[in-house]
Design a protein around this ligand. Structure first.
Ligand code: PLP
Length: 286
């Protein structure tokens, strides 16, 4: 089935949506994005994704293509016309097409490019990895210094995913100055007893929308949350480890660099947090 996608005000068949070769997103990776999950035909934590999009745009002095209400309407229309029950909506804003290549930002009146498309993922919330857990390797974090901005510069995360694939594992955790920053496309956590440990927010990691929700639910469930750095060795010795992201929700990590975490099987805390997260998010979906 040909998807209907959104490009700068138009709903088009995916084969007809065209962006200029001078687009700053194409030439400079000068763009930001968001991925919102869809469960049961409804958007998960849309407000959180909108808020982070606004922040990313502001940090890059990039014009906003439309209001949050307009973005919501576009998301809903795409979910509806593409008949998405479970899946995601990908949104990207770039600094647009100034008509030539130049390092300097183009004049403010250059119209940003806004692209949205859906991805169908039947059974998104029932992924087998929720039960089996993920195996990860550690790789050096050589990304740029503003990882808090959700830009489309995803080459190194792609390379790290390929390193994981070559090592016959599921994913990679980035390590900088001996400390875990985050996963290639997710935030990283360890569990010790009743305590959940994850790196504090800074420019070193993406401020995960799922992270914010999961830590809130964990505190509400009387779990202790400690926001601090940890090493791969500490993670290997922890009771449990897990990751969070908008499309993986809460997913256990059972092996790091070949060493089992805890019993080497999916842990109870991660399972409980996943359950609470999905339950609460289903209730609040729009
Ligand atoms: C580097 C990185 N960290 C964390 C996350 C998780 O963020 P969220 O929970 O908002 O999906 C992502 C998601 O794409 C990511 O790319």
């Amino acid at each position: 089935m040909t998807r209907t996608v959104y490009l700068n005000g138009d709903y088009l068949p995916e084969t007809e949506a065209k962006v200029s070769i001078f687009d700053r997103g194409f030439l400079m990776a000068d763009g930001v994005y968001e991925v919102t999950s869809v469960l049961g035909g409804k958007l998960i934590d849309f407000a959180g994704h909108c808020a982070r999009l606004r922040r990313s745009l502001a940090e890059l002095d990039m014009a906003s293509p439309c209001t949050d209400a307009e973005l919501l309407a576009i998301h809903r229309e795409l979910v509806s016309v593409n008949d998405v029950t479970d899946g995601m909506v990908y949104l990207q804003v770039t600094r647009g097409n100034p008509g030539d290549r130049d390092f300097a930002y183009p004049p403010a009146e250059t119209k940003p490019t806004l692209v949205l498309f859906t991805q169908n993922k039947p059974g998104l919330a029932d992924s087998p990895s929720a039960k089996t857990g993920l195996k990860v390797i550690s790789v050096p974090d050589v990304r740029w210094g503003r990882r808090d901005i959700k830009t489309v510069q995803l080459l190194y995360p792609s390379m790290a995913k390929m390193m994981a694939k070559a090592a016959h594992v599921d994913d990679a955790w980035f390590v900088e100055d001996g400390m875990v920053t985050e996963g290639t496309s997710n935030n990283a956590y360890i569990v010790k007893g009743n305590k959940i440990i994850t790196r504090a927010l800074s420019n070193d990691i993406l401020h995960g929308i799922t992270r914010a929700a999961v830590l809130r639910f964990a505190r509400e469930a009387q779990m202790e949350v400690e926001e601090r750095n940890f090493t791969i060795e500490e993670a290997q010795r922890a009771d449990e480890a897990f990751i969070t992201s908008a499309s993986a929700f809460v997913t256990p990590v059972v092996e790091i660099d070949g060493a089992p975490v805890g019993a080497g099987t999916a842990g109870k805390v991660a399972a409980r947090l996943r359950e609470i997260y999905l339950e609460e998010m289903h209730k609040a979906a729009i």
